[in-house]
Design a protein around this ligand. Structure first.
Ligand code: BTN
Length: 327
């Protein structure tokens, strides 16, 4: 109910009477009052004036909890259920546990801190408290497991679109799904799946966005950046998370029409930082160099070698580096 109260108060220009809140929420005055007290304890300054009602006077810039995220999510199926904890091992692991217990598709799992944040290729993901976004989306799409890896690309482009509302500079994708700003990584995505040969039980798309942190561990200090560093100001993590969910909901709908990137390919390619650039493909049988041309419908990167041969590079197999550095 706190999320609904927040939404109503935020959307209103003036005060909202207790009676109106009761009517809209279908609850008693005491229930409204109790929830308002809890919001105050969480740091919201809510004015209560007799005969006028309640009004939010001030709220900390960056509160992160389930009500705050939920109050900012539009009426969308994705994110209609939200789990939040101050601390967890990894939101991906937690989301997988919930999936095993039967939790529904579209559930969002978020934490303020991870003790065992996971990155791609078995790496860890630095996940300090109070400054970044760590969330995972549980989906049960009715598509073939072989199509699932493209959903990571769909999330990547959704993060780009969301970040464009917060930053006044280009936000791009390093194929397949690192989001980069000023040549540095600002977001990483890890997708995990439980599937039969022809059926997906569930899929968990984990997103880590460096939001308000300004210092990084030494190993990544040269290649990582954050929204605050790039925007020069602290931003609301809940607002950013809700924006990502909103963009993903739109893109996911387009993806599901064909179960591939047909309807999204052009937009994705326009975001590609390494498009038309020389890249080095690592990890394939023999690493090779070529020019990145963009993705195909399957989400594979088309790389043109010097002899004119065009190689379709599948994300699971390789990593792509700029010839001169990270991008
Ligand atoms: C990468 O290596 O680029 C992927 C990083 C993915 C990190 C996110 S944070 C939320 C979710 N939970 C995890 O343990 N990992 C992902």
């Amino acid at each position: 109910m706190k999320a609904e109260i927040l939404k109503i108060l935020r959307d209103s220009n003036g005060h909202v009477s207790g009676q109106e809140l009761c009517r809209k929420l279908g609850v008693s005055r005491t229930a409204v009052w109790k929830n308002i007290q809890q919001l105050k304890e969480e740091g919201y300054q809510i004015e209560a004036i007799q005969n006028k009602g309640y009004r939010i006077v001030d709220a900390p810039m960056d509160i992160l909890n389930a009500s705050e995220i939920k109050s900012r999510i539009r009426d969308e199926e994705i994110g209609s259920r939200i789990y939040f904890k101050e601390e967890t091992d990894s939101t991906n692991t937690w989301a997988k546990r919930l999936a095993e217990e039967g939790e529904v598709s579209g559930t969002l799992v978020c934490a303020d801190m991870q003790t065992s944040g996971k990155g791609r290729r078995g790496r860890s993901w630095s996940s300090p408290k109070g400054s970044s976004l760590y969330f995972s989306l549980l989906l049960r799409p009715d598509i073939l497991p072989s199509r699932a890896s493209a959903l990571t690309l769909v999330m990547g482009m959704s993060v780009v679109q969301a970040l464009e509302n917060f930053l006044n500079k280009p936000v791009q994708i390093k194929w397949p799904n690192d989001v980069v700003v000023s040549g540095k990584k600002i977001c990483g995505i890890l997708t995990e799946m439980n599937a039969q040969i022809d059926y997906i039980e569930y899929l968990v798309i984990g997103v880590g966005i460096n939001v308000n942190l300004t210092e990084f561990p030494r190993e990544i200090a040269d290649t990582a950046t954050s929204v605050a560093l790039e925007a020069g100001t602290v931003v609301s993590r809940a607002e950013l998370a809700a924006e990502v969910i909103h963009c993903f909901t739109k893109n996911y709908g387009i993806f599901l029409k064909t179960s591939d990137m047909t309807g999204l390919k052009e937009t994705y390619n326009s975001m590609l930082v390494n498009r038309d650039h020389e890249v080095r493909v690592l990890g394939a049988e023999n690493g090779f160099t070529g020019v990145a041309m963009g993705i195909n419908e399957k989400g594979e990167l088309l790389v043109k070698k010097a002899d004119g041969e065009i190689v379709e590079v599948f994300a699971g197999e390789v990593s792509v580096r700029g010839v001169y550095g990270y991008v």
